[in-house]
Write a protein that binds this ligand. Sequence first.
Ligand SMILES: NC(=O)c1ccc[n+]([C@@H]2O[C@H](COP(=O)([O-])OP(=O)(O)OC[C@H]3O[C@@H](n4cnc5c(N)ncnc54)[C@H](OP(=O)(O)O)[C@@H]3O)[C@@H](O)[C@H]2O)c1
Length: 311
Amino acid sequence: MPQNLQLAITAFGGPETLKLQQTAMPEPQEGQVLIKVALAGVNPVDAKTRAGLGWGAEKIKDMLPWVPGFDAAGVVVQDTGAFKAGDRVAGRIVEGGGYGQYLCASADALSRIPDGVSFEAAASLPVAGLTAWQALELAGLNAGENVLILAGAGGVGHLAIQLAKAKGANVYASASAANLAFVSGLGATALDYAASSLETQISDVDVLIDLVGGDVGEAALACVAKNGRVVTVPTITADRIIAAAQPLGIDAKGMLVVPNPEQMGELLTLVQEGKVRVEIAKTYPLEDGVQAHVDIQTGRTRGKLLLEMPE
Ligand SMILES: NC(=O)c1ccc[n+]([C@@H]2O[C@H](COP(=O)([O-])OP(=O)(O)OC[C@H]3O[C@@H](n4cnc5c(N)ncnc54)[C@H](OP(=O)(O)O)[C@@H]3O)[C@@H](O)[C@H]2O)c1
């Protein structure tokens, strides 16, 4: 009987509360697909949830030990409905569980990985890529408009720059000095947020995609045109940014990324065609997931961090 090695949040607290556990193979329920996971994405929400913060912690507080991981890429184990054993799939896994060798995911959340696209790229896309896609859509970004993306070097930001460019927008992105060349290599005009305040570097943008939130997100409202649009992505400070935008005549919205296999399929095709590139800063073995959480919560990751499952 194969075992299922997982990395679980055992209590709310620091990265050390993540512990390896062995469980039985999960049994797929109606509408689910059993997947042997190759790689899982590590996202800031995983660390916030582990720390007991935000919607994620609220949802799982009575479910500990709980296995995080909202991104997964791997191989279908048994034929089920639309999927056949051996199919390479990836998706935004609402129930979590990506930090484990096997998981059962809703078939509705999965997309086939096209030939030529690696598990690494596919595992990077569900949360970060769909967030970038859905944020730009929610903002209604049009060709020819000016968009400012805060945190252009991060998991969501580096994909949002490329998608906004593909829409024909003029893209500006904030980054630290170390990431300016990376961000401009993706097609954005890079703004060094530490050199001087952003509003002295750019003003009257049509759209702000705020991937930092808090004081940084609020201060960046000064860069937005009256009647401009803002999507503030970090959920914990969204209400605050929306309230601060209102008296400025700016329409600000929060969001929560949802699975969307069609959008995911389009992202995978863009990667296959070489039109979007995925930056992977580091891949850790599952056993080093504690270090991956130490690293993601610095807020300094360039691109994505991944966890690789043992064979
Ligand atoms: N609502 C949702 O559904 C949803 C979905 C996905 C993500 N999120 C949230 O959105 C945020 C971004 O996610 P992510 O995955 O992109 O995070 P991430 O990969 O951890 O972002 C790291 C990046 O942030 C940049 N950064 C840090 N402070 C900055 C600042 N003051 N100004 C500009 N850039 C700064 C860093 O670049 P430098 O080192 O160059 O500063 C680094 O490259 C997180 O809060 C995450 O939880 C929400």
